[in-house]
Design a protein around this ligand. Sequence first.
Ligand code: SER
Length: 327
Amino acid sequence: MVPVMKRILVTGATGQIGSELVPALREKYGRDNVIAAGHRSPPHKALVEDGPYTTLDVTEYTSLENIVRKFQIDTIFHLAALLSAVAEEKPQTAWEVNMQGLYNVLEVSRENNCAVFSPSSIGAFGPGTPRDNTPQDTIQRPNTMYGICKLSGELLCDYYFTRFGVDTRGLRYPGLISYQALPGGGTTDYAVEIFYRAIQEKKYVCFLQKGTVLDMMYMPDAVRAAIELMETDPSQLKHRNAFNLTAMSFAPEELAAQIQKHIADFSISYQVDPVRQSIADSWPRHMDDRAAQHEWGWQPHYNLEEMTKDMIKRLSQKLRAEGQNVT
Ligand code: SER
């Protein structure tokens, strides 16, 4: 039977994924049925004006439980987490937010019969994992705090499904590229920053070295994937936490070359950040996402060329509307 999502809670709603997932869910399920919960205050203006918004610290179980009960939530998209580079700076906080937060979401879901979407990442793999065509089921020995939390999260979500029957589902997202909200301190952030610098200054200093190929995806595909996975009839799912997912793979110089097709005098240079470089070197260059294709029909809509074209157009429009300088 296809699951019905009637009352949805999105944690981390002001973040890079949340700020686009919330409007997409509200469009589909009704504005009052999607409760956006963010840690930040004051929150994103549109999230408050376009539907219910609440402040939430996911490490506080009682606050979470009160929200779930008050709004009669049946599905939680749990996005609140620290990204990879920040997690290396603050590993203790990362464990607290990423693991305690997820544990609280799973417990509240067990008690209140909610389905849970929890994003995993290319970060759930490590240096011992095959980096090309990374299999769905393979070696996972991540060596970053972010990755350790993601892998532990995958296991915990599967445990809550098999042990308690909580309908947990997840995706291993590649680096995500978007123009609405900035990513909050990840290793793949260069692929977002580069567009801002290209449009505003025509030059970018990249913190990853030339030749660093990573898996990537444009946000409209990432948002659609989360919704499609949660709408899939559970009898189709052999895997749950979490599906490999990809749309494109490129190195910084390949992205720069695409941008140069639109901004001819754009230039890229390199000043490598050793921490983020070593994180990137431990992640897949390209995941094999055939399990997602076969089990729930995953297909990306944007490749590198289409993403670049759309990003430049929409980010330029956004920056102009905000009164910012666009070259
Ligand atoms: N984009 C994330 C990061 O770089 C990976 O999931 O941290």
